[in-house]
Design a protein around this ligand. Structure first.
Ligand SMILES: [Zn+2]
Length: 307
């Protein structure tokens, strides 16, 4: 990714370690005040309702695929594709940050459901790669700079427009490869939950949607699971591309690292719905306060408090 190493704080910002810490502390107090005065509906309810609505729409998607009418068939693919991305991107992201509920037990249950059953990925590795590395070392070269998503061997057009189609196929394969590094109990659980998610999807296509051959059911799985793969990859690239990059040993204070290395993208309703505000238009707020839900990030974004 382009960008030059930058080790200096923003012009006009208080200098020295204490200045950055004090700024972040002040901001944290303001944000906590807003969180304290917000209702459960605002803190968690709105996002839980979007995820519940997505789950409840899944049967309509599978039933639409029974139709002979091309328009109804296309509607079924769109419903299943958008629901898939809402559950796997928005659901997994919020669950990985523990932003869906204040209960630790339910947080873990949602994490396993959204990341392993719905997204076919490892919950442990998802948390390590996203929360620990990407959030902990945003734009730090070789650590949190999304270097695992780079494929320099590919031509830019192939990378931007063909490679995204491989995301649904590569995701479970990468997860299985990572299982070598976790303890046996976790590996068996992850493998079981990923298989359950994939087989349930396949079974529903054969038994509810009426697909007659395994090939056509697999093609439909692939189509819905890659429906928003392009915007997903593009949003992931453009949230951080072209911004200052930092070296491991000379990274700036956290508040500067987050405000210089992260971009808010323009709002697009379908992407805000499926990926969540914290990934699209409130990404800076999300990097500063990763445990806030999408709706709370939007509240801070709209109030301009963080900016
Ligand atoms: Zn995040």
């Amino acid at each position: 990714m382009p960008g030059r190493p930058l080790m200096e704080p923003a012009p006009g910002a208080p200098r020295g370690h204490g200045g950055g810490e004090a700024l972040l502390g002040e901001l944290e107090t303001l944000v906590q005040d807003v969180v304290r005065t917000s209702s459960w509906w605002e803190r968690h309810g709105v996002d839980c309702a979007i995820l519940a609505l997505s789950l409840l729409s899944v049967p309509a998607g599978f039933l639409s695929l029974r139709s002979e009418n091309v328009l109804v068939l296309a509607l079924g693919i769109i419903i299943l594709g958008v629901c898939h991305y809402t559950l796997t991107v928005k659901g997994s992201h919020l669950a990985t940050h523990g932003a869906l509920t204040e209960s630790k037990r339910w947080s873990r249950i949602w994490e396993l459901f959204f990341v392993e059953v719905c997204s076919s990925f490892s919950a442990e590795y998802g948390k390590y790669g996203h929360v620990k590395m990407h959030h902990g070392y945003t734009n730090v070269l070789g650590l949190g700079d999304s270097s695992t998503w780079r494929l320099p061997c590919l031509n830019r057009y192939v990378y931007m427009f063909l490679a995204p189609l491989l995301i649904p196929v590569l995701t479970p394969l990468v997860a299985v490869e990572r299982l070598r590094k976790v303890e046996l109990r976790s590996a068996v659980r992850t493998l079981g939950l990923i298989s359950l998610g994939l087989y349930a999807h396949y079974w529903l296509l054969l038994n509810v949607s009426g697909f007659r051959s395994p090939g056509s059911a697999l093609l439909c799985m692939f189509t819905t699971r890659s429906l928003l793969a392009h915007p997903y990859l593009h949003v992931n690239i453009f949230q951080h591309i072209g911004l200052p990059m930092f070296s491991r040993d000379k990274k700036p204070q956290r508040i500067h690292m987050m405000s210089l290395g992260v971009l808010n993208l323009p709002r697009l309703p379908v992407l805000e719905w499926a990926f969540g505000h914290s990934i699209v238009s409130c990404h800076v707020e999300h990097h500063l306060f990763p445990r806030l839900s999408d709706n709370m990030c939007l509240k801070h974004c709209d109030s301009g408090q963080v900016n």
